[in-house]
Design a protein around this ligand. Structure first.
Ligand code: GLY
Length: 434
């Protein structure tokens, strides 16, 4: 079997790592692989965004399965192009990917299908948006409707910051086309959970729940990033909560998309807020989360490949049971100084050789080999140290310890990944008054 991974970040390294475990004898290819992926596959020097060239290449190279990591190519219709050429591909069509590429579309769909989410309105005129904010007050959330690399949602604790966000998106066009339409929605109190559903258009299976850490600084302070770390599973995502996610969110969303002529075949990522009134959708993504994938896949005992192949071949996933390991996984992301703003590249990376093991995996993101074959930094998020252990506390400790041993100029990481889970672990047992 010949498998092509489209994309070259930490998520794609994790997909490659897991699929290679599922099918050790398969031949793997990846577009412009990073420094950690390159030794595991053949590199394809075509950008992930060039769907025409990739479809031609996949045809010539007899690719049996293509797995798309990032949202950009999906929103641009890579799946539609591959399907036209009878190439099996895992990822939704352009129409179904609108669940992520247009927040306005996603919000309308949720409203029509009574899927719980924050009350919202859509605006393309600055003055109308400003009037609405003055009427509602703060806290309030302003979001660019289109794709904005994880930076398009601004949680505004004051009316002034909301007005500033509106000005920047609709006035200064800070996100270009992605922000020509914006969503303003109620601020939701609660804790977020990332739920991944592998969907065949009608049925789905859930993977273990995880939690991302989007802010750059410890204690969830500082700027929003693509994600500085994650852990799985999340103890507040109990069986009852996951059942609620399945019945109140995932199933009706798949039904609504199918009714809209856009059946969703791929990975539906529901970002859910656990509020006092039950789960509410914060956002949908049309692909695996990054860095959540780096903790979800190490916990998967059963084959990911079987699931992805079933979907890509148009078969049902209804009878596929996902088996997971009983432990916990924690991933700590090492980033370049300055991220999520501008940062230097090309810094040599020191990696202790003994670090990689069955229980500790280094997923590369922004790494590359330079002219002298030295591993160097090439991105804002550089590496994720994913540790698996019996307990959350052990996994968190191993992930932090791993991160502390990796060195490059300007490296920083959050030493508090999973702090909410840690606080729950630290709670005295019920009835213990100390
Ligand atoms: N971890 C957030 C995302 O993948 O969008």
């Amino acid at each position: 079997m010949r498998i092509l991974i489209v994309g070259n970040g930490g998520r794609e390294h994790a997909l490659l790592w897991k699929l290679k475990r599922d099918a050790p004898h398969a031949e793997f290819f990846a577009t412009q692989p990073n420094g950690g992926m390159a030794p595991l596959c053949h590199g394809v020097e075509i950008p992930a965004t060039d769907k025409e060239a990739l479809a031609d290449w996949a045809t010539k190279n007899k690719i049996d399965l293509t797995v798309v990591g990032p949202e950009g190519p999906l929103a641009e219709g890579i799946t539609d192009r591959f399907q036209e050429m009878d190439l099996p591909i895992f990822g939704p069509t352009q129409a179904a990917a609108r669940i992520e590429s247009s927040k306005a579309y996603a919000k309308n769909l949720m409203q029509k299908a009574s899927i719980p989410t924050a009350r919202h309105r859509t605006f393309s005129k600055q003055t109308e948006a400003e009037k609405w904010v003055h009427e509602l007050g703060a806290p309030i959330v302003v979001k660019a409707s289109g794709l904005a690399a994880g930076k398009g949602a601004v949680v505004c604790m004051t009316v002034e910051t909301a007005l500033e966000a509106i000005r920047s998106m609709l006035g200064d066009m800070a996100f270009g086309e992605a922000g020509h339409e914006i969503i303003i929605e109620d601020f939701m109190e609660g804790e977020e959970i990332s739920v991944f559903a592998v969907c065949d258009g009608k049925d789905f299976v859930l993977l273990p729940p995880s939690q991302d850490h989007k802010r750059a600084g410890e204690g969830d302070t500082g700027l929003n990033t693509g994600g500085m770390g994650a852990y799985a599973p999340v103890s507040i995502a109990t069986d009852e909560v996951m059942e609620e996610a399945a019945t109140k969110v995932i199933a009706p969303t798949l039904e609504a998309l199918a009714a809209d002529g856009a059946p969703f075949c791929g990975l539906l990522y529901a970002g859910l807020m656990k509020t006092e009134d039950g789960l509410k959708v914060v956002e949908f993504n049309c692909r695996f989360g990054d860095p959540e994938t780096q903790v979800v896949l190490p916990l998967m005992k059963s084959s990911l490949l079987d699931l992805l192949l079933a979907v890509a071949r148009g078969r049902s996933v209804a009878n596929i049971v996902v088996e997971t390991h009983s432990g916990c996984a924690v991933a700590t992301v090492l980033a370049s100084d300055g991220y999520p703003g501008s940062y230097a590249k090309g810094k040599p990376i020191y990696l202790p050789t003994e670090l990689d093991s069955d229980d500790l995996v280094l997923f590369h993101a922004g790494t590359a080999s330079n002219d002298t074959n030295t591993l160097v930094t090439s991105g804002g998020r550089v590496l994720a140290v994913a540790a698996v252990a019996k307990t959350f506390a052990e996994a968190a400790e191993a992930s932090r310890a791993g991160a502390s041993q990796i060195g490059f100029e300007g490296a920083f990481y959050r030493a508090d990944i999973g702090w909410r889970e840690q606080a729950r672990v630290d709670l005295p047992p019920e009835g213990d008054t100390g």
